[in-house]
Design a binder for this molecule. Sequence first.
Ligand SMILES: Cc1cc2nc3c(=O)[nH]c(=O)nc-3n(C[C@H](O)[C@H](O)[C@H](O)COP(=O)(O)O)c2cc1C
Length: 239
Amino acid sequence: MNYIATPPEREISTAFALTFGETVRARRSFRAFLPDPVPQSVIHQVLEDAQFAPSNCNTQPWNTHIVSGNKRDELSQALLAAGEAGQTSADFSWDAGAFPDPYDDRRREQGKVYYGSLGIAREDEAGRARAGAMNLSFFGAPHAAFLFMPSIGDNVRVASDLGMYGQTFLLSLAAHGLGGVPQTVLGLHADTIRETLGLSRDLKLLFGILFGYPDETAQANCTRMDRAPLSASVTFHDD
Ligand SMILES: Cc1cc2nc3c(=O)[nH]c(=O)nc-3n(C[C@H](O)[C@H](O)[C@H](O)COP(=O)(O)O)c2cc1C
């Protein structure tokens, strides 16, 4: 491995027309995409940007698998079949009922805003199930990135490194005029994804990121989630 701080052979992205503040705010979760594929050179730029994410002791524990074209269609079919059969195979647990307030409050608000934007009522279980299945058909996105990791200790430090990587990937998408959505739902189908991609069980799936050109006119993309004020999240200690 080359440990030169900034290897000269690395391509530096020149796509940054937005300021940092604009890029951070341009990133949001898109849940409807145009079918047009993203040029391979642009996907490479995004991956090069993400590679500069920080990690504990520079361990860079992310193992990223990009799925496009026929493989994307095959995988989506396998995921839809697993979903239909009620099969899940998560490497890491997800328990929506485990959140105390104020986190649960925010979780519920997100569901209300998203399903509301699709015109799906709270008690419409069939409608919610149909909307849930849209995660498995990739919301029409032409590409999916799967963020796998080695299992080390209690996995928390490794998972935080993958979170850093995921956000850098998402910000680079935004800077390139692309959109994405992180996907714990895809992380609930680790076996199906490993089997379809022929991957070792040693790689654990944390989450996926669907990406492509967002369909800005779609109902699913017409809302923006609000954030708590700084006072709810930050405490200054300076005396
Ligand atoms: C790790 C992670 C996993 C997520 N999983 C899903 C998912 O499975 N399905 C989905 O529709 N959104 C998913 N989201 C998107 C969140 O709902 C979204 O980030 C949040 O509501 C804030 O909205 P914003 O991204 O538009 O700012 C996930 C986000 C993160 C960070």
